[in-house]
Write a protein that binds this ligand. Sequence first.
Ligand code: GUN
Length: 278
Amino acid sequence: MQLIDGKKISKEIKDELKEEVAVLKANGKEVCLAVVQVGNDPASSVYVNNKKKACAYIGIESESYELAEETTEEELLLLIDRLNKEEHVNGILVQLPLPAHIDEDKIIRAISPDKDVDGFHPVSVGRLWIGEKGFLSCTPAGIIQLLKRSGITIDGKECVIVGRSNIVGKPMAALLLRENGTVTVTHSHTNNLKDITKRADILIVAIGRKQFITADYVKEGAVVIDVGMHRDENNKLCGDVAFDEVAEHTSAITPVPGGVGPMTIAMLMNNCVETVRK
Ligand code: GUN
């Protein structure tokens, strides 16, 4: 069994980007990410800080916009409009979730598709599905990198995704299809889920339920990718997969933490660099 090391692979990617950014700088091209946070949800603050730290490591400028919880939708839309027009700002990231009085879909649509480094804008989503160049959703793009850089072939493989979210499940399906995988998307209404997951050569689990996937869901020798993040009864981090009983039946598996998690920021950084590559 191969333990897929997301920490190591994300570091490799960040180091490659650091070199690339140095070359871009030498050619007079700067990369700048605007990071917008509304309110001070502690989890969001941790994510935002990690994103800013990754920018600093790679040599990407980051501009912070920390707005009060009471900020109105109109005020946020005005800021996004200004950032869309700012020439030195290459990427705009609005940390989610937003306070309940702000319409998230409206905010996502207000970001220029040319600066949509999260890959959430409907234009980015459309480009992904028709195979046109554009920003890729960071977590699924990170999973493709984990597989490729671990020497796992996707072409021709039976790929089963558990979960159909806009952020993971759906874009994951598009990306695996692009790599010539045969893709099935399952979800909470799927009948006979086990029969389907047991067909998977590559099983991607993003269902948001603690240790839901047990050994009886997994084919012997499958590759298992766990997108979940929870706390178990001992307050230890764990995923959507019951790692201890599943791992021994796989040919490769991601741990939680240290699997998919670190890849999301690495791919966000890649999207930021992409803004000046094109
Ligand atoms: N909140 C949790 N994950 C994400 C993400 O990938 N992007 C943004 N903008 N907010 C998030």
